[in-house]
Ligand binder design. Structure first.
Ligand SMILES: [Zn+2]
Length: 337
């Protein structure tokens, strides 16, 4: 149905979306469900799942209560991604934007008759990844909505959506779950509260990201990397020890992940501590990594190991220098970009 592969027979709303789910169901039962919905909420909190569950409910031939039935032909097709009355529109593989041609295709689709004679559903995600031309084309559809066609726009932030589009959509803000709710939900995947807590902490409290880490099986690597930065900042480990869990990464990946870990380190400091020399050094380091990221995305191609070890040496020297090490520091010098 989307990039998410085969879906379960019935798509349930997430536990923290039940209020919004029941609101839409009341509107649907009363024949007042808006034709254009803008689903807004923090990233990795389940907006896509919400859009999928709603799409499947709208396409199902015989819904049971507020859920799709899971057994009708429409549900079988929507489970495998082959329902002809459904479109999921996202940026292409090597693109960051939804292109005007994709919107034109969507307009043609909206003008056809629903194959099952029921409804058509279009999801645009992320809806703020469109250029002006694409937004203008979409506006035409929103101004003259096709019969029985529902458009679900999904985005993290409202500010990327033009006011002309916003004003023609019903805005539904989807909440971020609190820690306890996220942990209860993660426990269903992990079966262990300790594991759920580790995953949620690695994911900055974002439950869908936490589950993805578990399912992809790379949570342990992520934790090893986080601990290496923490150890380095606390002066508990050597530069070489810190390097080990990062050694397989590409440079751009490394700089991105290091930024997240350094931001986490900044976030864990109290305000008075951030005002000290140490706090200032942390910010300087973040700036430096950020400059390197820009250089790399502009085409610079520094030696991977040299860059990583040089940066770790710098962290160690400036912020974790209470313990002896430095053997690699002298060898690698400063990173140059
Ligand atoms: Zn069904």
């Amino acid at each position: 149905m989307s990039e998410q592969g085969e879906l379960p027979a019935i798509s349930l709303p997430l536990p923290w979306h039940t209020r919004e789910w029941s609101l839409l169901n009341q509107q649907l039962a009363a024949g007042r469900l808006p034709h254009a919905l803008l689903l807004v909420g923090r990233q990795h909190t389940g907006k896509s799942q919400f859009a999928i569950a709603l799409s499947r409910l709208l396409l199902c031939a015989q819904p049971e209560g507020s859920l799709n039935c899971g057994t009708c032909h429409a549900c079988e097709l929507s489970s495998s991604g082959g329902h002809g009355d459904f479109r999921w529109v996202s940026p292409g593989e090597k693109s960051r934007v939804i292109k005007i041609d994709q919107i034109r295709d969507m307009l043609r689709f909206s003008n056809t008759t629903a194959g099952f004679g029921l409804r058509k559903v279009i999801v645009l995600s992320p809806a703020d990844s469109m250029n002006v031309n694409a937004f203008n084309a979409l506006l035409k559809l929103l101004e003259e909505p096709a019969k029985d066609t529902y458009i679900l726009l999904v985005c993290d932030h409202m500010h990327g959506i033009p006011a002309t589009i916003r004003s023609r959509c019903h805005i539904l803000r989807l909440p971020t779950p609190d820690t306890e709710t996220s942990l209860d939900w993660l426990d269903r995947t992990t079966g262990q509260r300790d594991r759920s807590e580790t995953l949620l902490s690695l994911s900055d409290g974002l439950p869908m990201l936490a589950r993805e880490l578990e399912c992809r099986g790379n949570a342990d690597e992520l934790e090893a990397r986080r601990l290496s930065v923490e150890g380095l900042l606390a002066g508990r480990i050597t530069v070489h020890q810190a390097y080990v869990p990062w050694s397989e990464m590409e440079v751009s990946e490394f700089l991105e992940a290091l930024t997240v870990d350094l931001q986490r380190a900044v976030g864990s400091q109290s305000l008075p501590r951030l005002r000290t020399r140490r706090g200032q050094l942390l910010f300087e380091l973040l700036d430096e990594v950020s400059r390197m990221r820009r250089s790399v995305s502009a085409g610079a191609n520094p030696g991977k190991q040299l860059l990583m070890e040089a940066l770790f040496s710098k962290i160690h020297r400036r912020l974790g220098a209470d313990t002896p090490d430095g053997s690699i520091l002298e060898q690698v010098g400063e990173p140059t970009l």
